[in-house]
Design a protein. Sequence first.
Length: 238
Amino acid sequence: MKEELELLQSELNKSYNELLNIESNKITVEPDFTFESNIELKDKDRSCKIYPFFFSEIPKYVFEWDDCPIFEISSTDIKRQGKIIIDWVLEKSIPSKIQTQFPEIELNELAKYYENGEGIKGEFIESWNILEEVYNQWLSIEPREEYKDLIRLIKKMRDFKLDELLRVGTQLSVFILSRSRRHGIDENKPQIRITFLGASKMKIYSNLKNKKKSLECEVKYEGYLERIVKELLKEKIK
């Protein structure tokens, strides 16, 4: 495994001498997950992770900005990929410019936010988009009252533009609101957790200012939930 990664790394470095100027050019071998083993080329907030064995014989190149994927390409053209890496990682080209240079690039939704200096806002909005899409899919398969209540609450909160200010996620069907920059949050960090009980009822658990509280109430944003969300919004994004 490592030998194969080293061979690809060597071929890339030989394709353009400029790649040797990248701050970090390292190999990570995951012993139990061959498809997750990768080569990472990183310079400040720009990086490219290369997965040579990601369920395919064609390497997958994932281009990131501040550790968030912006676009990815599967290719065996090392010379062209080396040029894209230089433009993205070393020259810090903006997404729209690099897409013009390399038409095969398909930018994801986060690209426009990062290009406009609104990366965190984009990450938050994406978390809401993903969650809403997942629950709509589940609802189409199994029309449970809990799913309907969750989707209704999401839409109401998005009317207040809270998707630009908070990250959402789930853990064992628990709806979680936080100011966390990334997914995965310690239970002791400031957050609001909601369990949907059906019959338009929900139970809200909050951990704000080192105080834990819980309350069962009607599924709606106005009132108690609105008040504690305003408290959560006082927390810094971390």
